[in-house]
Design a protein around this ligand. Structure first.
Ligand code: SAH
Length: 331
């Protein structure tokens, strides 16, 4: 897809043409510009020649957990992955990527191990959602939630992520409420600060994964730059300006960050009514082991006992390598 061409293609056209085309692409989900019947024939021809609405994707499905993953090949032949998680409640959540690879190098994440190639364009971010929107439409259904939890670090492709959110949010385009859109970051302080000033009602999630700097620096190199104290300070500021809850993701890794002592340390950090902890069982990437169910339960109980708001993440799509940290852009 090459939606970024649209503006230039329409520069000599009347303003409302953009509105008609947006409706055709994002609401009516038309894949062939010839079929945009509200446009004059010449404009349709021009769009057909210049605008590419095809999404080059290979689909993988897990029946067991109702998860679908796509591997998209982009115009420069880079590959990215996105995941659709379908909950029984009818919530359809798309997990989108924002970079080809990732420069953050977290030791437990496969995306990090593939290295970093480049940022995605706005069009490349949007097409991941558009693919699933087209797929769901066949069942009279639609995408309800978006999480920026695929490949890459959203705060390092900040401008494009924000522009994509505006299109996802746009009433004339996807019309997905900002509160249904979450951005997850490994804790880039300057991005958290910018987001706070943005005046968008989207959700913020922080990949914390450790209760102290010693452990965190070992598994997340970014912590040597933006440590836990600086992240929490930025998050508190963010809450002051937005009054929104913030989610802290904590992947439990056997023998690394899952002891009772770690749970107590984490509980101390998370004493805040607007902080929520989301516990994730480490998904296998060939480096560490995931903890036993009893260990997770004990960890969670300690947090609860100490007054922390805690949820446990349901695990999607491990059999098709679609779970958190397993997206590696090759299937
Ligand atoms: N770069 C952003 C977006 C990635 S979101 C961020 O770091 O938040 C993907 C989430 O899955 C992050 O919380 C990430 O730390 C987590 N994750 C990565 N590898 C994982 C693994 N093997 N098991 C469980 N969670 C993992």
């Amino acid at each position: 897809m090459n939606l970024e061409k649209l503006e230039q293609l329409l520069k000599d056209e009347k303003k409302y043409r953009l509105f008609q085309i947006k409706k055709a692409i994002f609401v009516d989900l038309i894949e062939d510009p010839h079929l945009i019947s509200s446009l004059p024939k010449e404009l349709r021809e021009k769009l057909n020649k210049e605008l590419d609405l095809k999404i080059n994707a290979k689909l993988f499905e897990s029946q067991k957990t109702n998860t679908k993953k796509i591997l998209i090949t982009l115009n420069d032949s880079s590959q990215i992955e996105s995941v659709l998680m379908q909950y029984e409640s009818g919530r359809n959540t798309v997990c989108v990527s924002c970079q080809v690879g990732c420069p953050m190098n977290c030791s437990f994440c496969l995306t990090g191990q593939m290295g970093f190639k480049r940022n995605l364009t706005v069009s490349e971010i949007i097409e991941q959602v558009l693919y699933f929107q087209r797929l769901l439409k066949k069942h009279n259904d639609s995408v309800k939630n978006i999480v920026f939890m695929g490949m890459g670090e959203p705060m390092l492709n900040y401008e494009n992520v924000i522009s994509a959110i505006k299109i996802l949010n746009d009433k004339d385009a996807f019309n997905i409420g900002a509160r249904k859109i979450s951005i997850s970051t490994c804790g880039i302080v300057n991005g958290i600060n910018k987001l706070g000033d943005e005046n968008i009602q989207s959700n913020l999630a922080i990949s914390l994964h450790a209760p102290n700097d010693k452990i965190r620096s070992k598994i997340m190199p970014i912590n040597n730059k933006d440590n836990i104290e600086s992240i929490l300070k930025a998050v508190k500021n963010y809450i002051k300006t937005t009054n929104r809850k913030v989610m802290f993701e904590y992947a439990l890794i056997d023998g690394i960050n899952d002891s009772e002592k770690n749970a107590l340390e984490l509980a101390k950090l998370m004493k805040n009514k607007l902080f929520m902890v989301n516990l994730i069982k480490y998904n296998k990437t060939g480096v560490y082991k995931s903890p036993k169910t009893e260990v997770i339960k004990k960890f969670k109980d300690i947090l609860i006992k100490n007054g922390v708001n805690v949820t446990e993440r349901y695990r999607f799509g491990e059999e098709i390598n679609a779970a958190c940290g397993q997206l590696a852009g090759k299937s």
